[in-house]
Design a binder for this molecule. Sequence first.
Ligand code: PHB
Ligand code: FE
Length: 328
Amino acid sequence: MTATMQPTIVGSQPNAEGYRDFTLGQFHLRRDEYFAYISWPTGSHMMSVDAFLRALQRDVAWDFFYGTVNFDGVFGTVNHYGTVDIFAGRYNEAYRKAELDYSENVETPLIRETFKAILDDWTNETFDPFASPHETGSAFGIKNGDNAGAVRRERVTAQRMVGVPGDAVLRSDESGYPVNRMFADVPQDEPLVEPEPGFEGEVASFSLFAYLSRSDVTWNPSVASACKDSLFCPTTEEYILPIIHGNDRVEWFVQLSDEITWEVEDRDTGAVRARVVMKAGDVSAMAADIRHQGYSPKRSMLLVWENANPDLPELIASGKTPTYPIEF
Ligand code: PHB
Ligand code: FE
């Protein structure tokens, strides 16, 4: 299968509300003014369309992320890095017991192109799925234009570090990224760097707080520095993480400002495991057998520290590496 794979659009005409229907394997997806409807051979599900599009936006932008992206307690995807499972009820104990759960494995290019096409078609001109609810218009109603500029945004992925010559650029007033209303008190001065002659391209430094204060998106970690498999992925958060992330490796959180409450559940059943309240300066490790969703009452700054080693999912699944990071 190739990257030019065409998504399957059902019918030659949009539905009564102006939106296209799509199929992916035996899943069928459609939207109307308020809801997204998903059906599969053994069941069906509906989600508020704003929540659906916010989750879909992350799944597309992160190319299915690490492990599981639950859109809610029923529908989502599991990344196998080359193929993706699309599932319904698979990680929901009640659906499993009732045998209503269903899962299909598809080639990544097919689900990628299908999800992109749904996101493009179902997002109206007024709605930005990456923005905080307070900074965007409505997702609802009959089809009303599109918002291609917003939904096709690509996150920053530095090869070495933001600000290093030739790498991801710093944000400034000239770059068109204003300081967010909730970060008006964040100092904007940059550190002074005085490298020895000949090392100008090797030594760099930037204010991460100033950088993040200008982020125009929420719940969208960008790679701000990379050292082998160690990725620092800072992000700004407001309202609710639009997905429930099921880990296939340990990840660390460093709360850089304000406060986030994390609801932590068993990855496979959804059983409640913990509530973690993180205040500025707190550090936590999310285990490899959980799923989590964050709630941020004020726009906050979070550093997500990821280990991109591609061997980790197999090492953890086979028990060779523990699901937690440290033995105390
Ligand atoms: C996570 O799933 O760990 C995650 C995702 C997006 C964020 C923050 C954390 O913005
Ligand atoms: Fe996570």
